[in-house]
Design a protein around this ligand. Structure first.
Ligand code: ZN
Length: 1066
């Protein structure tokens, strides 16, 4: 539905406090190239619905724990309404805090992953990024927690399952979650104090650190001055990414008259205009309980929630002067409009290249839509764009006007809904053809409508997703909060967005009655709606350099205005700020942030169920099952070893994996296959998995098909997987060429948005292990180069070139399809598993027993190890360095987990982020390969960051670590265990258990590591530092950075001894 449609794009125009990065271990080690079919479904007969009796038992028990009306009033809260939300098995109670007018939603349920959030309405009036900088700053010390960063203390020592903060275009959210109740209360208290009593409003240095300041090291050299700040750099990174430039430009053009017409995240140029006084005023204006919405969710005591808030809000009174309502954008009568803009492109992209973007956005209504319409539009979105065979998506890709879709779909999280659709990778001469094509297809759909099977497939896809409510690593309570807020924030009913059952049934009834639901929607909201902007975004090869020069000019001209006394002050300020940033809080001060103690931690490593079966199966095949309650949903993986694929074909494996569900089979067209997937499963996709296995030469490497469905759909799920694997049409030239262009475009955007991943993967590849080579060839730089060549040969080479590729894809299929080494992995409860196991047996016996023989991968061309600078058009750098500790003689010890986590939240956070000004700086110790990889994210520095990495052993042997007291050590251990024991939904438990099996991490090893973690001592820190130092001396360490051409040139000149090899990759 609507919420589903927007989930995927949730982070597009959203800024968050800390880098949302992958879990430790996945940064350099395991690479998971995911190729999703974006399709799914589930019959109308869901096995997931609980019985009516069970529902009433649960609801009665939950209701009994709700505080009485009197009790609530005594604590200062008036109960406004109370409803049982059947959809999520929880009671929702809406309160008003009488004294301040603050509102609270208290959701009582059985979920142990407790969630709290406070959301403030913070509509900005300009693009100076105040809400975003404030979001970063309030977590830098408060009244009860007067230390540098309580947020980081929580990252260090909490069992949190979620800790971050988000800035939306009109609101700021502060959510936390934990499964441990004492820990949960600690998190809530720190966040409440941060939001309402932050020190940053009285202390300009936080504003300078998180927002912006001038850094000047030598008063006699004002020309060396630069602008710095965490948000400033974060946003420079955002503005270097054409996809986000496009999203921002469109949004601002569609809403010229209200708050959505400015950038709440901050335009780097505008950020520099922001004053400390404006920043203070903004907090005073909006950060008040009267303007706040509070959220509690989970199995904690509901009365205690009222007590906590009552105390936190005690000193506030109601205010009537807060104007935070989002003003309406009136619908145009003089549209549609057009807009031409430029983005910073790399040197390789000539003006004739296919590098332009064309996208359209509509404003759908001048107010919030009612839920029925919103739901119907969500379906329409899925029908038009949601699958690879959806007509609007297909029309655009088939046209060959562009390489991939961009900015496409419904946006319904804001007050007024929008819809956008566009193409990237468009040639200059085709730019004018995109819009007419979109309009033509919309007119066709408005007149012909959609076929019944597609509607059925969309219905099942959306219904399955709503009922499964699989929020991945995101706590369910938080996902509900964000959904509720789409109505509540605009003074509407917070319950409405959570109740999908009734509108869904209504919609189904309308469809069943033969009503034409979709055509009138297309007519009214798109065709007859002139509030539309078409954006032409063109590459400009000089823009990156120009922006950089303007920035330099700006700081230079500011500095020349200053007297020598004033310059001395700037220098002094730089020193003061650095000193403050680099002086750690005293252990005494840090005690203010409460933490659990090691004594509270479970000593035994959590085990996950696993059962491995080989009897009765073809030789070398296995069925692995995990007996976990999944509410009658089957989660299944089919793994086929890559070992039989010749080494030269390895880079083509991701393309083969995309083909499986995205081209159709010899019996079914793509549309038919997609419809079958949509109506008979909860989703199915194929991807490639590779990883080092500790102590072994051979990597784990598989093609993996992952799917889910209800119990009754299981035969369909396995049949679809088999049909697609055996019969997918690897000879569909048009579709396969399209996919190659799409993945090339995907590579190119992610290298600018996430350069650290490419740099890390390159370093892993320099190890010349199997996993390093596989990862690079199928998802790293090797993959990018290969894809580019492939795209070129397919577009220039015609039928002959394609025939060659097609033959290779067929060869890959033959090499992969074999029962030896194949695994079917399934998660569900015992009864469910015994029912579906015969299906898994069928899959394994259907595979050829004498599959391809193992290939020799050893004789591949090794990648030369060395320091590399990979240049792309960007305003920020991504700097990585890796050292292999195992090669240096290090034996894995559990303390390494504690030390590397501690490095992330102290040394690297303080130096790379806080004083360095990068958005993120972290390290990852891959225990499988032994590779310790440092990486920075949206970093203004390059060489300085390398120096910080190299300073790590010194830091670990230094004063700061030596003076660490027992409590800080405890905190580090607790935080490490918190990461290891992180909360998982049933499907990820089954998947983790499979991973442990594949990577040969058994329960004994895990218990040994846990024991070592729990008994980590201070001495383990310098010991680990020594291991880094020794490895560095013995086997060396290499640097790979993704940066601008200028930064590369400068770095090479400054450090000739590093022998940087500069490669332009974009
Ligand atoms: Zn941020």
């Amino acid at each position: 539905m609507s919420a589903l449609a927007s989930l995927a794009r949730r982070f597009s125009t959203l800024s968050s406090r800390s880098v949302i990065r992958s879990a430790p271990g996945s940064m350099s080690g395991r690479r998971h190239v995911s190729v999703s079919a974006r399709s799914s479904g589930g019959g109308s007969s869901f096995g997931m619905a609980a019985s009516a009796q069970a529902v009433s038992e649960v609801s009665e028990r939950l209701l009994a724990s709700k505080p009485g009306v009197e009790t609530a009033l005594n604590l200062g809260f008036r109960e406004i309404s109370c409803e049982y939300i059947t959809e999520y098995g929880c009671y929702g109670v809406l309160y008003e805090h009488v004294k301040t007018g603050a509102q609270l939603m208290s959701l009582i349920c059985d979920d142990e992953n407790k969630t709290f959030g406070v959301v403030l309405r913070t509509p900005p009036a300009n693009s100076t990024g105040i809400p975003h900088i404030l979001e970063h700053s309030v977590l830098c010390g408060s009244k009860k927690y007067p230390i540098k960063e309580p947020f980081v203390e929580l990252l260090k020592g909490s069992m949190q399952t979620f800790l971050n903060a988000f800035t939306y275009p009109d609101r700021t959210c502060y959510p936390v979650a934990s499964t441990n109740v004492a820990d949960f209360y600690n998190l809530v208290d720190v966040y409440l104090d941060a939001v309402f009593f932050p020190n940053c409003v009285n202390d300009k240095s936080t504003f300078e650190q998180e927002g912006w300041h001038v850094e000047l090291d030598d008063a006699a050299k004002p020309e060396d001055a630069i602008y710095k700040g965490v948000v400033y750099n974060e946003m420079k990174g955002v503005y270097s990414n054409p996809d986000s430039v496009l999203g921002r430009d469109l949004q601002q053009a569609v809403y010229p008259d209200n708050t959505y017409g400015v950038d709440s995240g901050g335009d780097p140029k505008e950020i520099l205009n922001l004053t400390f006084e404006e920043f203070q005023d903004f907090h005073a204006k909006f950060y008040h309980p009267t303007n706040a919405r509070f959220w509690f969710y989970g199995d904690d005591d509901p009365t205690k929630r009222l007590e906590i808030l009552s105390e936190a809000l005690a000193t506030f009174d109601k205010r009537t002067d807060i104007e935070s309502k989002v003003a309406q954008q009136k619908l145009w009568t003089d549209g549609p409009k057009q807009l031409r803009k430029k983005y910073a492109a790399g040197a390789d992209e000539g003006p004739d290249g296919s590098k332009s973007y064309v996208a359209m956005q509509w404003l759908l209504n001048d107010d919030k839509l009612d839920l029925d319409t919103e739901l119907a539009l969500g379906f329409l979105d899925h029908l038009m764009l949601g699958t690879v065979s959806a007509p609007l998506r297909k029309k655009l890709l088939d046209s060959k006007l562009g390489e991939a879709l961009t900015a496409s779909g419904i946006e319904d999280e804001l007050m007024q809904p929008g819809f956008s659709v566009g193409l990237k990778g468009v040639k200059a001469e085709n730019m004018d053809k995109v819009e007419p094509l979109v309009m033509e297809e919309l007119r066709r759909l408005a007149s012909e409508g959609f076929d019944e099977k597609s509607v059925e497939a969309s219905m099942n896809t959306i219904e399955f997703a709503l009922r499964e409510n699989n929020t991945g690593r995101f706590p369910r309570g938080l996902s509900l909060m964000l959904r509720s807020m789409t109505s509540w924030l605009y003074d509407r009913d917070p319950f409405t967005p959570l109740r999908f059952e009734e509108p869904l049934q209504k919609l189904k009834a309308r469809i069943d009655a033969g009503e034409d639901v979709w055509r009138p929607l297309i007519q009214k909201y798109l065709l007859d709606n002139s509030h539309k902007v078409t954006l032409f975004l063109e590459p400009d090869m000089d823009l990156a350099k120009q922006t950089e020069e303007e920035e330099k000019e700006r700081v230079k001209s500011e500095m020349t205005k200053l007297s020598s006394d004033e310059l001395a002050k700037v220098k002094e300020n730089t020193e003061l700020l650095k000193k403050k940033q680099e002086t750690p809080d005293s252990p005494e001060a840090l005690k203010c942030v409460p933490s659990l103690s090691v004594a509270d931690i479970e000593k035994e490593a959590k085990k996950l169920p696993i059962d491995i079966r080989t009897d009765g199966l073809p030789e070398g095949a296995k069925i692995i099952t995990h007996d976990i309650f999944t509410n009658d949903i089957v989660y299944a993986e089919i793994l086929l070893p890559l070992r039989g694929v010749p080494k030269d074909l390895i880079p083509l494996v991701p393309l083969f994996s995309r083909c499986i569900f995205n081209v159709g089979t010899s019996d079914e067209s793509l549309l038919e296959l997609q419809q079958r997937i949509g109506s008979k499963t909860g989703g199915i996709s194929a991807s490639v998995f590779t990883s080092d296995v500790k102590g072994e030469e051979e990597a784990a490497s598989y093609l993996m098909v992952r799917g889910k469905c209800t119990k009754s759909q299981a035969p369909d799920l396995f049949a679809i997987a088999q049909d697609a694997l055996f019969k997918c049409k690897v000879d569909d030239a048009d579709r396969i060429t399209q996919m190659v262009l799409e993945s090339k475009a995907g590579y190119e955007s992610s290298i600018v948005a996430a350069g650290h991943r490419f740099a890390s993967s390159r370093l892993h590849a320099m190890e010349n292990t199997e996993a390093g080579w596989l990862g690079d060839s199928m998802g790293g730089l090797g993959g990018l180069f290969y894809n580019r060549e492939l795209a070129k040969s397919l577009t220039d080479g015609g039928d002959e070139a394609f025939a060659e590729v097609s033959a290779k894809l067929e060869q890959i299929r033959q090499a992969i399809l074999g029962s030896h080494g194949a695994i079917v992995n399934m998660t569900g409860d015992a009864a469910l598993l015994s029912e579906v196991t015969p299906l898994a047996e069928d899959v394994l016996t259907s595979l050829p027993a004498n599959g391809a023989p193992s290939c020799d991968w050893a004789e591949r061309t090794p990648l030369e190890a060395g320091n590399e600078l990979l240049t792309v058009p960007t305003q920020v750098n991504y700097v990585a360095k890796a050292i292999n500790l195992y090669k240096g003689g290090y034996d894995l010890h559990g303390a390494s987990y504690v030390v590397s986590k501690q490095l992330n939240v102290t040394w690297l956070w303080d130096r790379v982020r806080v004083s360095g000004g990068a958005y993120g700086g972290f390290c990852d110790f891959d225990t499988h390969s032994g590779l310790l990889t440092y990486a920075s994210y949206r970093d203004p520095n390059l060489l300085k960051t390398i120096d910080i990495y190299d300073g790590t052993p010194g830091h670990l042997a230094g004063e700061e670590v030596m003076e660490m007291d027992a409590e800080s050590l405890d905190k580090a251990v607790v935080g490490t265990i918190g990461d290891i024991d992180s909360y998982q939904l049933p499907d990820s438990k089954g998947y983790s258990s499979l991973m442990r099996y594949l990577l040969k991490v058994n329960d004994e090893k895990r218990q040994l590591r846990r024991d070592e973690i729990l008994s980590t001592s201070k001495e383990d820190f310098p010991k680990f530092g020594e291991a880094i130092k020794q490895a560095h001396e013995k086997v060396g360490g290499y640097v790979v950075a993704v940066c601008s051409a200028d930064a590369a040139k400068k770095a090479k000149e400054e450090r000739p001894e590093l022998n940087f090899n500069i490669k332009s990759i974009m």
